[in-house]
Design a protein around this ligand. Structure first.
Ligand code: PLP
Length: 405
């Protein structure tokens, strides 16, 4: 019989956040084993409800949303995004510079498909949100990882970025606030990145989906505002800030200088048309979501769930001998370091698998975020403190005897 293999386009693509460790957890669940899943940033599954007004908007607009929309998105949604960008100081953004998508995910893939020829290079943070690396590879490009420095609060290492630029580099990606580290980049780092992009004529892609989930009174500085003379593509959406990851609602904004990217924009328009439009019903909630009261604000203040869970997880992890963790400033992830010598860890995937088998708790190994050493794992701290406590006490117990074979 003729055998069908996956296409060779997928040869260099990996997406381990939902990879073999999750498969093993799912197999255990099928056996009836209860697993605490700390592997995806999916607020709804941890009891974070979407704001009522959002759900109401959705219900009210079902009839209105039966047909396809403009391939970039409905007017009210794009107008609301345009105004959001105005308030945040994005330069040179009109309504036709905005594209809605079925989540940011769709737009990340689209933006890379439209840009890359085989062998073109894109600078991507390490660790990263792995869809960026996967999308570059899928589009035929070569992801080149630059280091984010744990010793410097996980900020991008500008010298490393500079070292990795080659004549084939077309773009640089930043994820700010960051998944998986929870870092929030200060102005001087963003300016340093803009300077490199300016010198080497790079497009900047700024994934800012966590921009409304910042703690400690800190301010998120949009990349677009730092570099009005450059072409910046910014990504945002409602999956995290409005706890509606399942609605698949994201957008992409083209800002700054655009004269030299008209050909690329033509390509983006074609790709946007090819998928007809993004889910129209979920576009209907954007106007309500972006205007007025932001219900996520309360979660991020002292006494709020995300804030308190961050305090707990940071302290509890740092109390475990052999683990250190930089305190996150934003989002809801922490990326602790583990002392590999002490536990003889050579394979981080094996480490999270061993923990899964012994304690029925699922996390993602650092390699899932393209981290190149076996010494990190990511915890999603969305569960309530009692569940997080279960994770940290289990980890302490596990490590008290663990030696990888
Ligand atoms: N970008 C980052 C940094 C993320 O962490 C995620 C989801 O976890 C996404 C993009 C994808 O979000 P969406 O649900 O909008 O596709």
């Amino acid at each position: 019989m003729r055998e069908f293999l996956k296409s060779s386009k997928l040869d260099n693509v990996s997406y381990d956040v939902r990879g073999p460790v999750l498969d093993e957890a799912d197999r255990m669940i099928e056996e009836g084993i209860n697993i605490l899943k700390l592997n995806t940033g999916n607020p709804a599954t941890f009891g974070f409800d979407a704001p009522n007004e959002i759900v109401r908007d959705l219900i009210m607009n079902v009839r209105e949303s039966e047909g396809y929309s403009d391939s970039r998105g409905i007017f009210s949604a794009r107008k609301a995004i345009e105004q959001y960008c105005q308030l945040k100081g994005f330069p040179n953004v009109g309504i036709n510079d905005i594209y809605t998508g079925n989540g940011v995910s769709e737009l990340i893939t689209m933006s890379m498909q439209g840009l890359l020829d085989n062998g073109d290079e894109v600078l991507i943070p390490m660790p990263d949100y792995p869809l960026w690396t996967a999308s570059v590879s899928l589009a035929g490009g070569t992801p080149i990882h630059y280091v984010c420095d744990e010793q410097a609060e996980w900020n991008p290492d500008l010298a490393d970025i500079r070292k990795k630029v080659t004549p084939r580099t077309k773009a640089i990606v930043i994820i700010n606030p960051n998944n998986p580290t929870g870092a929030l980049y200060p102005r001087e780092i963003l300016e340093g990145i803009a300077q490199i992009a300016r010198e080497f004529n790079l497009i900047i892609y700024a994934d800012e989906i966590y921009d409304r989930l910042v703690m400690d009174g800190l301010e998120h500085i949009p990349m677009a505002t730092i570099a009005p003379d450059l072409f910046v593509v910014s990504f945002n959406g409602l999956s995290k800030s409005h706890r509606v990851a399942g609605f698949r609602c994201g957008w992409m904004v083209l800002s700054g200088e655009k004269r030299h990217v008209q050909g690329y924009i033509e390509g983006l328009n074609m790709l946007a048309s090819m998928r007809l439009c993004s889910n129209v019903l979920s576009q209907q909630i954007i106007q309500t979501a972006l205007g007025g009261h932001q219900s996520s604000d309360e979660l991020l203040l002292p006494g709020g769930r995300i804030y308190e869970q961050r305090e707990f997880i940071t302290n509890a992890l740092n109390d475990i001998p052999g683990i250190t963790a930089v305190k996150p400033k934003a989002a809801f992830y922490i990326f602790p370091k583990i002392d590999v010598k002490k536990f003889n860890i050579k394979n981080d995937e094996q480490f999270v698998l061993d923990f899964l088998h012994e304690h029925k708790i699922l996390m993602v190994h650092g390699g899932g975020f393209n981290w190149n050493q076996p010494d990190h794992f990511r915890v999603v701290y969305l569960p309530k403190v009692d569940e997080l406590e279960k994770m940290t006490t289990s980890m302490a117990e596990f490590l008290s005897t663990y030696k990888q074979r």
